[in-house]
Design a protein around this ligand. Structure first.
Ligand code: SF4
Length: 81
């Protein structure tokens, strides 16, 4: 999977609950983000670094995304509410 392959919510969809930004240069490949929200985060097949799948997940995924950011040991995940 290519890095930074971001999927946007289509026009007309409900307003997103959070906006997710990643900082791959900080990532150490611990994988906690994928454990919490595998529909939002992935790890690069080659180097294990975080890949953002969805930058504006649905409101139902807000708790999982916040948990992923909290668990990241290097604060590589930024959430804007
Ligand atoms: S939890 Fe943090 S360090 Fe671990 S893979 Fe995700 S972004 Fe990288």
């Amino acid at each position: 999977m290519p890095a930074n392959d971001i999927v946007e919510v289509p026009a007309g969809a409900p307003a997103p609950s959070v906006v997710v930004t990643i900082h791959p240069e900080k990532c150490i490949g611990a994988g906690y983000c994928v454990e919490e929200a595998a529909d939002v985060f992935a790890q690069d097949d080659d180097d294990g670094m975080v890949v953002l799948l969805v930058s504006n997940p649905s409101p139902e995924r807000k708790a999982a995304v916040l948990n992923a950011a909290r668990r990241c040991p290097v604060m590589a995940i930024e959430i804007r509410e």
